[in-house]
Design a protein around this ligand. Structure first.
Ligand code: TEU
Ligand code: CA
Length: 576
């Protein structure tokens, strides 16, 4: 039995502030807007809010490019607004987590402005600078062949000092040099600035990228048609990563009762997660892995091609969930459970069926999948409503994410070579990050009640019927279902702490499992298809005690399952 902890039982709700709620009509969501919705979140059953970055930022990558770690971006509000939000959160018995982006800063951060100013500046070594290489023809080239996550070289040439700096993301996000102890001290410093102010925890952005391979060697050529090569093997989980996180624990985390989750999106090998998560290592509470999120992305070498879609099977999906649910439980490894965030398309579109007929049913089925797994549960804004992807009819100009824009431009440059832009947009419609970033749908008034002005990003078309106000009034809505399901999870510890045993028997459409904790068991049967299926329970087991507690067809709570037919075959309706 895993040890108990408040952060294991918590339901965490991720807010993408720019699109949550605009309190002053400038079209941009803000801190006072979040404050205005605290009762809504409390009522849903949320324990912890995680805010995507709200620090001062040019918003080149939506705040994941910070120019001042100790201030709020004026578009979101002020430090006083943050304090006010925090007290509102605490008054309601909830907690507040901040997003900590410390692999890189904005190129507009004072540290970087100093660093780039001259080779002898004291901050020079705070970033990763290297002289050019020259090819056989004497042309200037980047120091190595690494490709940035968002396309092109991971290096940017800077005229001022005639050297290149490393940026694993866009060029406006220069990577910090974690080898430098002053950089680390500066990070511990501002982490304490926030904990002293009352923040309850951190989500640590791309935590697996802080330490790069010694000597920054060239990556092997895995994309022969391209100049720059995927280089995850050289920039993820480098030699000093655990030294750094242990230092973070010693200097900051261990001094408070915080919730910590690292985003380890570039880590693949299971054993590489151990260092971060096993309690004996004193690093983080848990990590986000991307193995489930990657199930419908094509792969190129060891990197994902995120703006394209590949078909997935339930077998692949199930294999990831089962592996994680059982991973090193005896040693205290603790999971995260999530199926949406600001970097991914909507789950009902990806893993359910977002047609009018099946949308609510399949969104509720996915809710059951989420509340019945072991781990800390994360919900992303709008997931509780069954929000779906934006329509295919929207043109490229509606996609605001820098990742989408860069990718599109790169393909457009190749258009002579018969790149079909409608194929590109098909891929975007499936898997762009933008789907999660449209304004939240509050009601049926203009712009979904998100703003009284012009929203920074267009609102999805379906808001007239798919919105908070409508769903709050409807007992059968996706929202009402989530609320009920979250309460149920809280009422039954087995759902949070129980052992997980897959009993799907390689069924093509059904994911079936049993959770067990001491004397209680929960049987979960999920049909991932829109047609009826038959699932046969293992005849060696005794199913007679199981009663129906939650289902997306409703109405039969309390009934014994399966036995009615006198056989072990159970019929599940579409997405039941
Ligand atoms: O994401 C890191 C990351 O793994 C993504 O870039 C991912 O590869 C991509 O979204 C495709 O799924 C974090 C943040 O969550 C993201 O919003 C930032 O853009 C990125 O770091 C840089 O800070
Ligand atoms: Ca605003």
């Amino acid at each position: 039995v895993p040890s108990r902890a408040w952060w294991k039982e918590a339901t965490i709700y991720q807010i993408f502030p720019i699109s949550f709620f605009d309190s002053n009509g400038d079209g941009i969501g803000d801190l006072n807007g979040i404050y205005a919705k605290l009762d809504y979140l409390k009522d849903l059953g949320v324990d912890v809010l995680w805010l995507s970055p709200i620090y001062r930022s040019p918003l080149a990558d939506m705040g994941y490019d910070i120019s001042d770690f100790r201030d709020i971006d004026p578009r979101y509000g002020t430090l006083a607004d943050w304090d006010n939000l925090l007290s509102g959160v605490h008054e309601r018995g909830m907690k507040l987590m901040m997003d900590l982006v410390v692999n890189h800063t904005s190129d507009e951060h004072q540290w970087f402005l100093d660093s780039r100013s001259s080779k002898s500046d004291p901050k020079r070594d705070w970033y990763i600078w290297r002289p050019p290489r020259y090819d056989d023809d004497g042309n200037r080239q980047p120091p190595n062949n690494w490709r940035s996550v968002f396309q092109g070289s991971a290096w940017e040439y800077d005229e001022i000092t005639e050297e290149y700096y490393l940026h694993l993301f866009v060029s406006k996000q220069p990577d910090l040099n974690w080898e430098n102890a002053d950089v680390r001290d500066a990070v511990w410093d501002f982490m304490q600035f926030w904990t002293d102010r009352g923040c309850d925890g951190f989500r640590l952005d791309v935590i697996d990228l802080l330490s790069k391979a010694e000597g920054l060697p060239d990556a092997p050529i895995t994309s022969p048609d391209e100049v720059y090569q995927p280089a995850v093997i050289h920039y993820a989980n480098g030699p000093k990563i655990h030294e750094y996180i242990k230092e973070m624990d010693k200097k900051v985390l261990s001094k408070y009762d915080l919730i910590t989750v690292g985003e380890a999106s570039f880590t693949q090998k299971m054993s590489e997660f151990d260092g971060y998560v096993l309690p004996s290592n004193n690093e983080l509470n848990m990590v986000f892995h991307f193995q489930l999120m990657d199930v419908d992305f094509p792969k190129e070498g060891n990197s994902r091609l995120p703006l394209k879609h590949k078909d997935w099977t339930l077998a692949e999906f199930r294999q990831v969930v089962v592996k994680w649910q059982n991973y090193k439980r005896e040693e205290g490894f603790w999971n995260t459970v999530y199926i949406e965030n600001h970097d991914h398309a909507r789950s009902v579109t990806r893993f359910g069926d977002d047609s009018e007929e099946w949308r609510a049913k399949s969104a509720k089925m996915l809710a059951i999948l989420e509340i019945s797994q072991s781990g800390t549960l994360y919900i992303y804004q709008g997931q509780e409503l069954g929000l779906k992807n934006l329509p295919r009819t929207w043109g490229i100009e509606e996609y605001k994410d820098i990742a989408s824009q860069i990718y599109y431009k790169k393909k457009k440059l190749l258009i002579d070579e018969a790149v079909d832009m409608s194929d590109i947009l098909d891929g975007f419609q499936r898997n762009a990050r933008d789907h999660a970033r449209v304004p939240m749908q509050w009601n049926s008034s203009a712009h979904a009640g998100f703003t009284s002005g012009e929203p920074w990003m267009r609102v999805n078309e379906d808001y007239q019927t798919w919105n908070v106000a409508a769903q709050l009034k409807d007992n059968d809505s996706v929202h009402s279902f989530w609320k009920h399901a979250l309460n149920l999870r809280k009422a039954h510890e087995v759902l949070i702490y129980g052992d997980f045993s897959d009993i799907s028997n390689s069924h093509e459409e059904v994911f079936a499992y049993i959770r067990t904790l001491e004397n209680s068991s929960a049987l979960v049967l999920l049909n991932f298809k829109k047609t009826d299926v038959i699932f046969s329970l293992d005849s060696k087991s005794d199913w007679t005690g199981f009663r129906h507690v939650l289902g997306n067809y409703g109405g039969d709570e309390g009934d014994e399952i399966g036995v009615a037919s006198g056989s072990n075959d159970i019929r599940l309706r579409g997405f039941e």
